[in-house]
Design a protein around this ligand. Structure first.
Ligand SMILES: [Zn+2]
Length: 324
């Protein structure tokens, strides 16, 4: 049936009508706030991140205070990224699995003082002196040797009380190794949210400034994915599913909406995505300069949900929670 009997504008005629027929709605449950915790900072201290307006590195105590403030506004979950003291960095990232490490202490405190779902990022790059996500031998990133270390990190986070372990390293076989080691240690109820399709992206730039994790040599292209590849993301996700992942993640989000959609269409697992630092700072800078208005934030997050994301890790969470 065509015009004039069909009039699409009838569906748009008032805010009330538009509201009840809205296909995609963003809720507080969809959003995960990333928090950066720096071991060197003392209670009462937070450091602004130059390349990420309105984001800070917090001391352990202050990260928990920040999380509690957000919980009052309706936050349901957070993901923790740690920065050990510079002197603790070594070739194997041993401070990443220290029971008294910065992330472990933060998780314990968060689980004691909040009801948040606590997710922990599992990787070595913030803890190694070479800044790579794996164990290095003569400038080569060793896959199988790394799995043992990642498993140790995951177990230490589970011991501290993490609800979900999120490995972001992109080594082959790490989901299986971590799942087996968690189970062996009595953590069969701890979930794994796998960074399944993590691309070698320039949109991570502010994050690396935030946590000082730039590699000292080479780049991450031998383990992170080539931005040109979409079908390869399905293979990565398939492997993670078979290895025991509970949630699949695409990273970054905004310039990989097609990948989010593709994983949503191909897998019956919850799909998460990380609306990364560069995507955040790009919009923040545009708004600051007056090129964009704040409305661009909600439109961006809705586009990510519309593409199929069930969970969105976003630095905008803190800014928009109250409006949801
Ligand atoms: Zn890493």
């Amino acid at each position: 049936m065509n015009f004039p009997r069909t009039r699409m504008r009838r569906l748009r005629k008032s805010p009330e009508i538009r509201n009840i027929i809205q296909e995609t709605k963003l809720s507080k449950e969809d959003l995960i706030q990333p928090i950066f915790v720096k071991e060197e900072l003392k209670k009462g201290q937070k450091e602004p991140i130059k390349t990420m307006p309105d984001e800070y590195r917090y001391s352990i105590d202050d990260s928990v205070i920040f999380a509690k403030e957000l919980e009052k506004k309706g936050l349901k979950s957070t993901i923790i990224f740690g920065m050990p003291k510079g002197s603790k960095k070594d070739g194997i990232g041993s401070s990443a699995y220290d029971k008294e490490g910065v992330v472990q202490k933060t998780i314990k405190k968060l689980k004691k003082e909040t009801n948040l779902v606590v997710i922990s990022d599992v990787c070595l790059c913030q803890y190694t002196n070479h800044g790579h996500c794996g164990i290095v031998d003569e400038n080569k990133i060793l896959n199988d040797e790394t799995l043992n270390y990642l498993s140790k990190v995951a177990i230490s986070h589970a011991e501290a009380g993490a609800d979900i372990i999120a490995p972001s390293d992109m080594m082959d076989g790490r989901i299986l190794a971590i799942r087996e080691n968690l189970d062996k240690n009595g953590f069969e109820d701890v979930l794994i949210m796998s960074y399944s399709a993590k691309y070698a992206s320039s949109f991570y730039h502010p994050f690396r400034d935030a946590v000082s994790s730039s590699p000292s040599f080479g780049d991450r292209k031998t383990y992170q994915m080539d931005p040109s590849n979409a079908r390869e993301a399905i293979r990565e996700a398939e492997l993670d599913l078979f290895e025991g992942a509970d949630i699949l993640m695409v990273k970054p989000a905004l310039v990989y909406l097609d990948i989010i959609k593709s994983l949503k269409d191909n897998f019956n697992l919850p799909i998460a995505t990380y609306n990364v630092s560069g995507e955040y700072s790009m919009l923040k800078a545009g708004i600051e300069k007056g090129y964009l208005t704040e409305n661009a934030i909600m439109e961006t997050l809705i586009s990510i949900k519309r593409a199929g994301a069930d969970l969105i890790l976003s630095h905008f969470t803190k800014d928009i929670l109250e409006n949801l």
